[in-house]
Ligand binder design. Sequence first.
Ligand code: GUN
Length: 298
Amino acid sequence: MTVAKRIDGKAKAADLAESITRETALLQKEHGIKPGLAVVIIGEDPASQVYVRNKKRAAESCGFHSIQHTLADDASQNEVLQLISELNDDDAIHGILVQLPLPRHLDELAITQAIEPTKDVDGFHFINIGKLTAGQTSDAFTPCTPAGCMLMIEDELGGDLSGKNAVVIGRSNIVGKPMASLLLQANATVTVTHSRTKDLPAVVAAADIIVAAVGRPNMVKADWVKPGAIIIDVGINRVGKVIDGEIKMGLTGDVDFDDVCSVAGAVTPVPGGVGPMTITMLMSNTLRSARLSAGLED
Ligand code: GUN
């Protein structure tokens, strides 16, 4: 029985964060610029609070100017748009992120599109989506989760995925669609599957690369997987797990990790895979934005 390699996203993210920290110090020393990241959180979603805290901590550890705006659950659309407008005009801020999901009364599309595309480190603005789709990524921001997945795929297979079949499970705007664009840009043959796909296991069985981003715990099983396939698990599902004989709430992915390990070539764990890479890619986008604003990127 083969045992798949466990892709250590945490270690890779830490290495990347170290080089971002070094480059940040250099940018400040040589050009007097400190990357600035503003994170906006609206309401009290517990998962969002954890994510935002982690983003703030990572920004501080990279040496960024890091600010957080916490708005009440009942903040008005105008209040949010006013804050974004102020951040758009603030020269000390190079990246703006509004944590999703938003309270239901707010218009998510209007809010994400109000962020200046040059500060849109989430890559959600139509300008950035368009540039990514057209393969014009030199001055565009790519959404952090797919960008992190891509780096891990490159580590396993190299940057040219010619002749490889990639199957993306899930068609969200945050992960599935941009992931498909990035894989396509790297010359993979890409299939995007979703809830209306017929015989998903049969489609996945042809994949050399599987990216699972649907939010269904342990959905991808060993008998779906081609021997040697690379599996990237984007799922973060809170489920009851037996830990030390007790049922505790824990995180699990969309992939049945233990099951697929007998067939796959390499798999990302949850936690410790895609999650840490996503946060580090946000730091990378923010540093890049600061450099672009000073005319320093090629
Ligand atoms: N909520 C879950 N993932 C993300 C993300 O990548 N960006 C933002 N802004 N909110 C999220």
